[in-house]
Structures are given as structure tokens and as C-alpha cells.
Design a protein around this ligand. Sequence first.
Ligand SMILES: [Zn+2]
Length: 124
Amino acid sequence: MSADQIKDSTWREELNERFGWMGGRHGLSFECGGGWRFLLDDLLQRMAATLSDEERQDFQVTQIKEKLGTLRCHVFNGNDRVDALIDSAENASEITCDVCGGRGRLRNSGWLTVRCDEHVDYRG
Ligand SMILES: [Zn+2]
């Protein structure tokens, strides 16, 4: 992935165009690096697919963020299927570089991040 693609933040808008309805009135906010965009795209698609029309009415994604290096996704009115999808995405974030989406691991350089070898010291 090139530096331009890494800096590109239009992925947030793109995901909001497709899945913003899950975020309620203000849409979704993504407090994390762009390397996780594919992981989030996959998670949002799967959550949308597992919800019935009725379940969609009250469902809301309340927070998507990085915490202690890995992904955290919080929802309102979820269910077991949604929880399993979130668990799986959060686990995947533990081995996904949050800069480029490549294979990474949790690093501690004063703060925790999941990074590939190339982006160990990257600051966006
Ligand atoms: Zn990387």
C-alpha cells in the first residue's frame, strides 16, 4: 500500500455511505487507523447481513475505536450473532497492521499498536 493510500481517509466516508445507518443520527465514527478499513468493511457487512429488518430498527453501533492497540466495537441492541462477529473482528485486529492492513503484531513502544515490520515507527 502506497503512502498516498495510507493517508487517504476517504474510507471513512465510503463506509458511512454504505453503513452509516448503523451509527444513528450522526453516522459512524472510526477512531482507529486506516489499515483496519477492510476488517471494518467486512464486520459491518456481516452485521448488516445477520440483522433482520426488525432488528435493524433498534440496532446501533455506538463506538468503533482502537484501545490498548486493538479494535473495540460497541453496539446497542446487538445479539449473539453480532457479538460473535465483533469478537472475530477484534481478534483479527490483533494481527492486522493498523497502518497498511498487512500482517502485524502487538508492539509496545510506550503505547500499544498492532504493526507490521515496515510500520513499527509510523506516525500518521
Ligand atoms: Zn503496515
